[in-house]
Ligand binder design. Structure first.
Ligand SMILES: *Cc1c(COP(=O)(O)O)cnc(C)c1O
Length: 499
């Protein structure tokens, strides 16, 4: 499998180079040159596999064997999913009335991002071991809260990797911040940006990747969901869920997946799964009041709000520009990189593009969208807690709320699979506001999370400035490389391969 940019600037890129590149040099995103269709007999076989074995089969379709051998890929995947607390990795949990949670939060940081980042952290190590002369990578990522700790857990303590995570100071939950900033490994750098929101962090990161010299000098690697490896790892659980549902009731309509959406990575993986042959009646884009995506699916106009992202009780979705949406724009436009580049240029220049014709294509037909405000989120947590005893996290609650609202637009009887993206213990303030302190106290605490709040923060606080961030990264890389002896070896800074 080869990859190309959504904006046409590069093509014929290998999987490893796509993973290392993150963002293409033309600022587009890397997409596979074709999407494999899985034959019925193969699906039949896949339906009997464990999560890790299924992940191996799915991911293998996107990686050529000459690049990464079967055994090493299998080992990497096994290692990644052995860190999960659930044997099934992503188990289903039936609530009631056809609403089923797909629990994605059983990894080390209690959010779904571990599914991809436990894999990606190990994949980076595997790739670095292959490129023996290219050690010491700078992983640079922006986070609205969950990606950061997930990325950190994926690479902490790995010798050849420095990890720099930018987050908006005061905009994440306290637990999310503690998960990033209390990690003691020397290769971890949690950078809190002052007076910033997630989009500022993301913009700075994209700027660093677009700066060819900086990027080459510091061997930048991307962990944000622009990285194709993250999407590919997330495709797996859509298949896994659809197989488990079919075992229970073969006759049921294909499931609808409701996906709490921010950067559009998770739901895009669902879209790829559906293209590959995963049974699916529809995909619900569930947003909080930062609803640029929901508006697009209602009107065909994609428009950045003037004021930036509004802080909500579901902070991991407080995003107004969804990076991965560009991949859908490309596919829905008929895999047309010129058209995609044109629309993205309109967006960058004017803050919007209008493309209602994209909505009626085959590629876009699966999507429905809904946005949920604070009272909708808190009421949903409260209602499901009182009727089932289950405590939803605020992001998951968005998905459940939107699913119930849109249910009639899908075939009757289609199971509503709501992706449970985080454990509620990560967002105690919102949950307490919804169900009250007393009810929350009855839920057994996740002690490893709560204890983090007592540890000192080791974050670096920087102004919201691209040049200050670049300086910090570069000086840290120089120090760390010196420490590890690279400079004494007289080894020149490595230049990342680019097509
Ligand atoms: C990251 C995140 C989301 C949004 O996922 P995207 O792939 O960015 O759309 C939703 N909920 C939680 C809990 C998250 O951590």
């Amino acid at each position: 499998m080869k990859y190309q940019s959504t904006r046409g600037g590069v093509s014929g890129v290998s999987f490893i180079d796509a993973v290392m590149m993150g963002l293409a040099p033309d600022r587009g995103l890397l997409v596979p040159e074709s999407i494999p269709k899985v034959p019925r007999e193969t699906l039949e076989e896949w339906s009997k596999l464990s999560f890790a074995d299924l992940a191996f089969e799915v991911i293998s379709l996107y990686v050529s064997r000459e690049e990464i051998g079967a055994d090493e890929l299998r080992e990497t995947i096994k290692g990644a999913y052995s860190t999960f607390r659930s044997e099934e990795v992503t188990p289903l949990h039936e609530l009631k009335d056809g609403v089923i949670l797909l629990e994605l939060f059983h990894g080390p940081t209690y959010a779904f991002k571990d599914v991809a980042l436990q894999f990606l952290g190990r994949l980076f190590e595997l790739i670095l071991n292959k490129k023996k002369n290219e050690d010491h990578l700078a992983i640079v990522g922006a986070t609205s809260g969950d990606t950061g700790s997930s990325a950190i857990q994926g690479v902490r303590g790995r010798r050849a990797v420095e990890c720099f995570i930018l987050y908006p100071l005061g905009r994440t939950s306290k637990i999310q911040e503690a998960q990033m900033a209390t990690v003691e490994d020397e290769n971890v750098h949690a950078i809190a940006l002052q007076n910033a929101e997630f989009d500022d962090c993301q913009k700075i990161v994209k700027g660093l990747f677009a700066n060819k010299e900086f990027r080459a000098r510091n061997s930048l690697g991307a962990v944000n969901s622009i990285n194709w490896a993250r999407i590919v790892a997330q495709i797996v659980y859509y298949f896994y869920a659809s197989f488990r549902l079919a075992e229970k009731n073969e006759a049921a309509s294909p499931p609808v997946f409701s996906v709490p959406t921010g950067n559009f990575g998770d739901i895009l993986a669902g879209w790829y799964a559906a293209q590959m042959g995963c049974s699916c009646s529809g995909l619900i884009v569930a947003t909080n009041s930062n609803d640029i995506l929901a508006k697009f699916f209602h009107t065909g106009t994609y428009e950045r709000p003037g004021a930036g992202a509004t802080p909500t009780v579901a902070p991991s979705m407080d995003i107004c520009v969804s990076s991965n949406f560009e991949r859908l724009v490309y596919h829905a436009g008929g895999n047309d990189s010129d058209k995609c580049a044109g629309l993205m240029a309109d967006f960058e220049n004017t803050g919007k593009f209008a493309a209602p014709e994209l909505l009626v294509t085959d590629a876009a037909r699966l999507f429905k969208a809904g946005s949920v405000d604070k009272s909708g989120i808190l009421e949903t947590i409260k209602e499901w807690h009182s009727s089932t005893g289950y405590v939803l996290d605020p992001h998951t609650a968005c998905g459940v709320h939107a699913a119930l609202e849109l249910r009639e637009q899908f075939p009757t009887g289609a199971p509503l699979v709501c992706l449970a993206c985080a454990h509620h213990a990560k967002f105690p303030d919102a949950v307490e506001e919804a169900i009250g302190r007393a009810a929350l106290d009855e839920v057994p605490p996740e002690t490893d999370l709560v204890q983090l709040l007592d540890k000192p923060l080791r974050n670096v606080v920087l102004p919201n400035s691209a040049s200050k961030v670049a300086e910090f990264i570069e000086s840290t890389m120089n120090k760390r490389r010196g420490k590890d002896g690279d400079s004494e070896n007289g080894r020149p800074n490595k230049v990342q391969k680019q097509q």
